[in-house]
Design a protein around this ligand. Structure first.
Ligand SMILES: O=C(O)CCC(=O)C(=O)O
Ligand SMILES: [Fe+2]
Length: 453
């Protein structure tokens, strides 16, 4: 699908889902993980993640040895260095993608919508709870900004809400107009580039645990360390919290990108998809820009919740590309329904997670996203993204995570912990507030601001 310029957000009336199929079509539209697939992705401890998949024919193999929670990109869970062959294979398989029966799905959703009492039963009116909340705006201590005018808000549809609830993910076309997105992208790119060294240091911290990253003073330093100290592939560069002051900038100024990330427009999407009720508040958990330069490897199967020290199911990530994507660009791929299945069995230990192939997840992705579009996934939804082909430009994406106020802080390790230790990949994000919030208490902290209502 080609991206067209549009002056205003484009509401869509029904979800547009393109599912990818395995090479051999199964009898039903469900694509399940096949444990013995020769080309399989891994949700792993760095053991087998090198094997990459054609979408829809994948194994999720988990952390072996030590039972560590799995992250998205290495540090004992990343892939091994490999050739570009997998990219070609991926492209070939991706080209087999065929659309889901969109009309059938839309009909099903419409029929269901008629039976469901939803807080937002119309695509043009804000949900009742949101309207009530609007009246209270300004009095809630919310840091949400109106940089994107509320009059142009793009309410989520019942179809999107249902799909998010059922599958654990959905696509939202035209959350921002191209013009709105362009202003945000300029600032995000500026901030991301200013923090390049930080992103490389973080990659070293994740892929070479224990390395003193303060000794790294240039990108070349980082590349040398990565070359010599690990045989894991680099899946992406992750720049944290572009709405918070740059820790390496002594001025401590708030970045110009902050007002976009803190926007009520985006937070409202989270509020609606999390099925928030009157009185609920959305907190911003973290923002990241994920850069995947050409030739970078896959982002491994993971759930964001596994990296978050919060006890909640009300957690959502919005993922927005910072340029128009096409079929070959690395976008997110989701294991539908995994959000209802995944967290509970692995709350205390990862034992048994080494092979999730029997769990029957359907693997789905969307038609290429344009500037201003977003996908949303639940904190427990398993997802990955493929390698970025050598012949494509770097893929940049903004990922913003929110949770409903009231979620309690979990322990971050030790026998006394309520759950297995969250993966440390995002520690650079939560270390700013974790010591200020007691375990078991609601995570309320200036670093986790209310942004909606
Ligand atoms: O962009 C990617 O490859 C990974 C992003 C991701 O996992 C997320 O936003 O939750
Ligand atoms: Fe993720």
């Amino acid at each position: 699908m080609a991206c067209v310029a549009s002056a205003s957000p484009r509401p869509i009336l029904r979800p547009r889902v393109a599912a990818t199929r395995p090479t051999t079509r199964p009898p039903t539209k469900t694509t399940t993980f096949a444990s013995s697939s020769p080309s399989s992705a891994a949700f792993d401890g760095g053991v087998s993640a090198r094997r990459r998949l054609p979408r829809g024919a994948s194994t999720i193999a988990a952390a072996r040895g030590g039972g560590r929670a799995a992250g998205r990109g290495g540090g004992g869970r990343g892939g091994r260095k490999s050739t570009g062959g997998a990219v070609k294979r991926y492209k070939k398989e991706a080209s087999r993608a065929i659309d889901l029966e969109e009309e059938a799905l839309a009909l099903e959703l419409e029929a269901d919508a008629a039976r469901v009492t939803s807080p937002s039963s119309s695509s043009s009116n804000p949900p009742r709870a949101a309207r009530g909340a609007k009246e209270k705006r300004g009095g809630s201590g919310s840091r949400g900004t109106n940089v994107f005018p509320a009059s142009m808000d793009r309410p989520t549809t019942v179809g999107e809400q249902l799909q998010f609830e059922r599958k654990g993910h959905c696509v939202l076309r035209g959350v921002l107009s191209r013009e709105e997105a362009a202003g945000m992208i300029t600032e995000l790119m500026h901030e991301t580039k200013a923090r390049t060294l930080q992103a490389y240091r973080h990659r070293v911290a994740v892929l070479v645990p224990g390395y003193d990253v303060s000794s790294i003073t240039s990108v070349d330093d980082a590349l040398r360390v990565l070359e010599h100290e690990t045989d894991e592939e680099i899946g992406f560069l992750q720049t944290f919290n572009l709405h918070r002051p740059d820790p390496d900038d002594v001025s401590g100024r708030e970045p110009a990108a902050a007002k976009f990330i803190l926007s009520r427009r985006l937070a409202r999407v989270a509020y609606e998809l999390l099925d928030a009720r009157e009185g609920d508040k959305v907190r911003l958990y973290q923002s990241c820009v994920f850069a995947k330069p050409p030739g970078f490897a896959a982002t491994h199967w993971h759930s964001d919740g596994n990296m978050v020290p919060l006890d909640t199911n009300k957690f959502i990530t919005l993922w927005m590309p910072l340029r128009d994507l096409d079929e070959d660009d690395a976008a997110l791929v989701f294991a539908s329904g995994s959000h209802r299945d995944f967290s509970l069995p692995y709350w205390h230990s990862l034992e048994g997670m080494s092979d999730l192939s029997g769990r029957g997840y359907e693997v789905e992705s969307y038609d290429p996203l344009c500037i201003g579009d977003a996908t949303a996934h639940s904190g427990w939804t398993l997802h990955w993204s493929p390698p970025q082909p050598e012949d494509r430009e770097t893929r940049y994406a903004l990922s913003v995570c929110y949770f409903l106020d009231g979620a309690r802080r979990l322990g971050i390790g030790g026998a006394e912990s309520l759950r297995q230790t969250p993966h440390g990949e995002d520690e650079w994000s939560w270390r700013e507030w974790i010591d200020d919030v007691d375990e078991g208490k609601a995570a309320r902290h200036p670093a986790l601001p209310v942004v909606y209502p």
